[in-house]
Design a protein around this ligand. Structure first.
Ligand code: RM4
Ligand code: NI
Length: 290
């Protein structure tokens, strides 16, 4: 885009208007991906299309309808055709623009809710993505970029279906920029740390969540989604593995090992251990300590 506006020009000249023919293959195409790795400085402009902006890395200044945002990885903007924006003082900024023509959307979906349009206030169109979400989105955007390079009828529909999936994933993984809510990845890190610290003592999910302002139900679901286990299954595995190590190398009695691994009752511990490993704790120890 060999156009270059200098600071003052924006006041005197109408901003650049990006035309759909320059970014879409045909008049049927609904969506197209403009990868900007990097995103260079780009002058004030508006568009004939709407765009979703996902920032992957680096930083820069995003001036959006005169409001400055110091952007960095995980930022998400729902930019409308008539919004005016520019990128300045960029520093290794990498982002993807998912460009779409709202009036070409055909699939029956609640598009206005999924892709907030000009009726929605600007602060409601700026979000943050969790790290976990960024991984999930990366693949989806890549698939969409591939599909939107083709213009046969199947690719057209597939691309719109991928846009729908992407819009839904954004709803799942975005959160309010100012919310105290921790990103998923951080929630998981905190929880893992707490579980390791809770091998010998009971772990109370409710209390943990209250301390960190998390929601037990969401955290349980996130844990399951990430690990394929429930929190209590995992904690039990942690305890049993710890018990194994203590039996192999330690000198404590079975009762002491049980207590060190969060089992109040050593008989119950033996039953659980036996069920998990097919050998009683006492016999297991014998194998190593004779
Ligand atoms: C530019 C910049 C603009 C976008 C166009 C398609 O590099 O990211 O915001 O509208 O690409
Ligand atoms: Ni733009």
């Amino acid at each position: 885009m060999g156009v270059c506006l200098h600071a003052g020009d924006a006041d005197t000249m109408p901003p650049l208007k990006l035309q759909h023919q320059d970014y879409f293959l045909t008049d049927q195409q609904v969506v197209s991906v403009a990868e900007r790795h990097p995103q260079p400085v780009f002058p004030l402009h508006h568009h004939e299309f709407d765009e979703l902006v996902i920032v992957w890395r680096g930083n820069g200044l995003h001036l959006w309808n005169d409001v400055p945002y110091r952007i960095t990885c995980g930022d998400l903007f729902y930019v409308n055709a008539r919004d005016r924006h520019s990128y300045e003082s960029v520093n290794g900024l990498e982002l993807d623009n998912i460009l779409f023509m709202r009036d070409r959307l055909r699939l029956p979906a609640d598009w206005p809710a999924l892709l907030p349009g000009s009726g929605v206030a600007q602060p409601e169109r700026y979000w943050r993505l969790s790290m976990l979400g960024m991984d999930a989105l990366r693949c989806k955007v890549d698939a969409l970029a591939q599909e939107s390079m083709k213009s046969d009828p199947i690719s057209l529909q597939l691309a719109e279906a991928l846009l729908l999936q992407l819009a839904l994933l954004l709803q799942r993984y975005r959160h309010r920029p100012d919310s105290a809510e921790l990103a998923d990845a951080q929630q998981m890190d905190l929880l893992m740390l707490a579980l390791r610290g809770s091998i010998a003592t009971p772990f109370q999910l409710e209390a943990f969540c209250a301390r960190h302002q998390l929601t037990p139900r969401t955290l349980r679901a996130l844990f399951k989604q990430q690990t394929g286990m429930s929190i209590s299954q995992y904690l039990r595995q942690l305890r049993l593995c710890n018990a194994m190590a203590l039996l192999r190398h330690g000198r404590g009695s079975i009762g002491e090992v049980a207590a060190a691994c969060g089992f109040e009752d050593s008989n119950y511990f033996s039953v659980v251990f036996n069920r998990a490993f097919g050998v009683a704790p006492r016999d297991y120890r014998q194998r190593f300590q004779g």
